[in-house]
Each structure stands twice: as C-alpha cells, then as structure tokens.
Design a protein around this ligand. Sequence first.
Ligand code: C2E
Ligand code: MG
Ligand code: MG
Length: 442
Amino acid sequence: MSINYARAAGADFAAMRVASSHVTRQPSARPRLDDEIDKLAKTLSEDVTIAAERSQSARAAKAAAKVKEAANAWVAIHRRRFQADGTGNNEASAREIDDVDQLSNVVNQQIELLVNYTAGDGFLFRQRALAAIKRDLQLNVVALTVALLLSGLFSWLLARRIIGPVAIASKAASLQSRRALELDLREAMDKDEFTLFYQPIYDLRMDRISGFEALLRWPHPKRGLVPPDQFIPIAEDIGLITPLGEWVLNRACEQAAGWPSELKIAVNVSATQIRDPRFAEVIANALDASTLAPHRLELEITESVLLGNSAETVATLHKLKAQGLSIALDDFGTGYSSLSYLRSFPFDKLKIDQSFVRDATATNGSKLIVRAITSLGRSLGITITAEGVETIEQLDQIRAEGCNEAQGFLFSRPVPATEIASTILNLRGGLARRHLSGAMTG
Ligand code: C2E
Ligand code: MG
Ligand code: MG
C-alpha cells in the first residue's frame, strides 16, 4: 500500500536526523555517518517515489517531489555545516542549524501531507476499483443476455428452416393419405365393398336379446377391416354419408326382416342424413322393400344431430316416431348433454356412453353419473341402455343402478350377419348359461 511507503519515508528522514546529530557528537565518525545519511536519503527518495506511483494521484506526486526537494536541500545544508571545521560548531554553522531545523520541518510537513494524501487516495482508489468491478459485472450481465437472445434467435431461425419444411412435408403427406382414403371410399361405394356387423343388445329384465345394433365395416383389400370412426367423418365431409347411410338402412332392414319378430334392429344415422329432405322417404323405402315392421327399427342419433335445435330435424324425428320407429340418443353424457335436448324430443332410449360404464366400478364420479342418468330415464319413462359392458362387475353395477339394457363385449363382439343365429343361440337362456357352457367347452 502506498501509505506504508510514505510512512517509511518519514522513518528514513528521522534516521537521517539521528545520524546528523551523531556527527555533532562524534566528528571522527563523520565519513561513516555521511555515508549512512546518503544511503537513507536514497531510500527516502525511492520510498516517496513508490508511494506517489501507487497512490496514482497528482497531489501525491506533487507532495513526493517536494519531499525529495526538501530532503535534498536538508542533505546539502547538513554537508555545508560540517565542511568549515568538521565539528559544525562555528558561526556559519549556527545559521545553518536554523536552516537545517527549518528544512527538517518542511520535509516532515511534506511527508505528513504525502501520508495523508496516500491514505485518502488509497480509499478513492479502492472506491474506483469497486466501481469498475461493478461496471464490469453489469457489462458481463448485459453481454450474457445479448448472447442468450442471439442464440435463441439463431435457434428459432434454424428451427424454422428445419421444422418448417418438415411440418409442411408431414402436412402434405397427411393430406395425400386423406386424399387417397377419399378416392378409395368412392371406389368402395361403387364396388359395394361395405358390410355390416351386428352387436346384440341385451334386455336385463327379460334376460334375453332384445335386438342388434348395425355397425358399418369396410373390409379394404389393402388396409384390412377399417373401423367406422376412421372413415365416417370423411364420408360426411365429401358428401358420401347420405348414399352410404341409405345403403346401411336398406341392408340392415333387409337382414332384420329375416330374424325372429321380437328382435329389433338399431341403425346409427348421422346429422347430415337426417337433414337431407329425402330422409323420411329413404326410411319408408327401406321398410317397404324389406317389409320390416316400423316398430322393429330404431334410429340412433347423437347430440350433434340436435345441435342448433333445428325445427326441421325435430319435426322429422316426430314424424318417424309417429310411424312407429323408436329414436335413441347415443353416447349420452359425452356431448353437450344439455337436458333441454330431452325436452325438445321424447326419446325412447338413452344409451349411456361406454366411458362412464367402464369407470362405474372404479370411480365414484362415473358411478354417480350412471345412477343419475338411470333415475332420469326412469322418471321420464325412457329405456336406459349401458354401452361397452365388458366385465361381470360392470354388469352387476349397472344392473344394481337399474339400467334396462346392456351391450358390450361381455355379451358378444359385433359379428357378421352369418353369425347372428349362433349369437342368439349362445345367449339364449341367459348369460350365466353362456358362461357355464363356455367354461365347460373351454
Ligand atoms: P356407437 O354407435 O356408440 O357404437 C358402439 C361402438 O362401441 C362400436 O364401435 C362397438 O364395436 C363398440 N363396442 C361395443 N361394445 C364394446 C365393449 O364392450 N368395449 C369396447 N371397447 N367397445 C365396444 P364401432 O363399431 O367401431 O363404431 C364406432 C362408432 O361409429 C359407432 O359408435 C357409431 O357412432 C359409428 N357408426 C358405426 N356404424 C355406423 C353407421 O352405419 N352409420 C353412422 N352414421 N355411424 C356409424
Ligand atoms: Mg350407436
Ligand atoms: Mg355409442
């Protein structure tokens, strides 16, 4: 630290004065003492130089120069004083003693100033250094932030260049595959490639099959058996659902006409089909051509059919109901489930969506929903069918809640028309018998 060197200069000068006083008392030792004073003067000069340099201030440099100047003058007078007779005890020397004392005071004052300046400057220096560190830190933070922003921008640009084309390519690929499916669908329609599977609906009170639901299948030569969820929305988009739905109605009625007369046939119809002005006529033609009694035909619609509550749609449903058909609300609970739909049309049946049935044995929420729908149906005089029953536990649960009918893999998967007879036989005499025979043969 610079102040230490300033203080050392003070000690140097004190030693110089002590040596000078020894010359007075021991003139014989003067050469050695002069030599010592010269060495001390040199050290003092070096000390004040270092103190000034380290304090890095103009005022300290000025004080250091004055210390050196006063110290040199002091050494010069010290020499002159002893040159006359070697003792310093003469008249000329007496004058110079005063000068030496005065100069000693000057040297001490300047050293004191230097000590004070270096102390203050050291403090200022530290302050400046701290400020510089703080500034550097702030600059580093700013530089880091800018670097991060730039790297983010760079990554974004890179991602746009890479992900953008990939996304466009994958969109193009999915558009292409959809286009291919559309072409295949039209071709399948022309070639009459569709078929119907049937799934039994089981009456829990009578303990027998009450009917079958017709479920559309597309056995594609390359794609395999395409499920309806995959192609019906496309058929709706490209306007194919109306002729396809008409084909389903005709084929289902034709099949059902050959079954025992107590069995009903349920057919799913989409919103587009019902909104078609020819719909009532299509139904009438299907019944006429198959000679199926209207009370054996049930139409399954979803809430989407009633969206917007179109007066024409409701009028069509009323007309069909008046002709003896029954109308079921499918997938109940999954759509908007507005109870006003139940008021806008007197449905014959509510089919509780399989998601609630599946969870009815696991979560309390689903169990309570099944209970609420069942009691609603009971109050309104509507048949309640539970869809997607897969286990005995689920069957016990929905039976306990008071559902009238059940449908699901527990009874039978959807089967082709050729397996209708065996399915009826299999379920005749109740589920217990079927399981017993399954256990015996299995
Ligand atoms: P949906 O009318 O609710 O038919 C019931 C669906 O649940 C059928 O699927 C059936 O195979 C399936 N299912 C029945 N029991 C179980 C079970 O225990 N567990 C499970 N996991 N599933 C079960 P699918 O045949 O794939 O039909 C899907 C949907 O496609 C139908 O739902 C219906 O909305 C629509 N759909 C089917 N055929 C036609 C049709 O001819 N016309 C129209 N517009 N839609 C149809
Ligand atoms: Mg259905
Ligand atoms: Mg359903």
